[in-house]
Write a protein that binds this ligand. Structure first.
Ligand code: SF4
Length: 237
């Protein structure tokens, strides 16, 4: 059974990675130049490992750290508007102990859940290159190997995470990806089985979606209630 020590070791290794020159240069430049409102803070400026419990039944898969969010605080989806929306929804669903994730050393804990991303360094314009996605994939796959014994459902935030999942499915669980590949959409569901997690699509919690009403809190609540059921957790709806 995977332990917190196993995950912590992996997280430590991830946070030292310098495999992508463009992303290393960008994450460190952002951390040095800073946004004016954060000029008194020390940015993390490194790869951001996953956050959450060993033995997670639910995995939330995003895209990549935000330049002044997770790249500043060192914790996934912490310190920006996207994270405010996500953690509030996880709290309402009983999957986080606090409604806000403020900093990496606050008291928030996830419940039965881990959050991670297919690309663990902040990319310019939130757009990783395909080569960077491929370079980072082994980190995600090693993380999934550790979560495999307990993982029941993956909530993919956006089409990038949805696409990354099928490669991970083949790499970690073996066998072919479904063909044709299921289309991404909000609420799209692919049912796993026999130790393979199910996958549930959600629009990304970016401001582009939440400010325009494309993704509402009620829509996120529905996603996480479905995730609870797929994970075999008691429904709170
Ligand atoms: S994106 Fe991934 S592979 Fe590339 S430097 Fe960051 S952690 Fe390493």
């Amino acid at each position: 059974m995977t332990t917190a020590v196993d995950l912590a070791l992996l997280d430590g290794q991830v946070s030292m990675c310098r495999a992508c020159p463009r992303l290393v240069e960008w994450r460190e430049r952002v951390a040095t130049q800073k946004r004016a409102s954060f000029r008194d803070q020390t940015y993390w400026g490194r790869p951001v490992p996953g956050f959450g419990v060993a033995g997670a039944r639910i995995l939330v898969l995003g895209l990549a750290p935000a330049a002044h969010g997770a790249n500043r605080t060192g914790r996934m989806f912490t310190g920006d508007r996207s994270g405010e929306v996500l953690y509030a929804a996880l709290y309402r669903a009983g999957l986080a102990t606090e409604p806000q994730s403020v900093s990496a050393d606050d008291d928030l804990r996830l419940v039965d859940t881990r959050i991670t991303a297919p690309v663990k360094c902040a990319p310019p314009a939130n757009k990783p290159e395909p080569a960077e996605r491929d370079a980072c994939a082994p980190w995600l796959h090693r993380e999934l190997e550790l979560l495999k014994p307990t993982l029941r459902v993956v909530v993919t935030l956006g089409a990038f995470a949805w696409a990354a999942w099928w490669q991970a499915l083949v790499a970690v669980w073996g066998g072919p990806a479904p063909s044709p590949r299921p289309a991404f959409g909000h609420g799209a569901l692919w049912v796993g089985g026999e130790g393979v997690p199910s996958v549930l699509g959600s629009y990304h919690v970016s401001q582009q979606n939440t400010f325009t009403g494309r993704l509402t809190p009620a829509m996120l609540d529905d996603v996480f209630q479905r995730a609870r059921v797929l994970a075999g957790l008691e429904s709170r709806g």
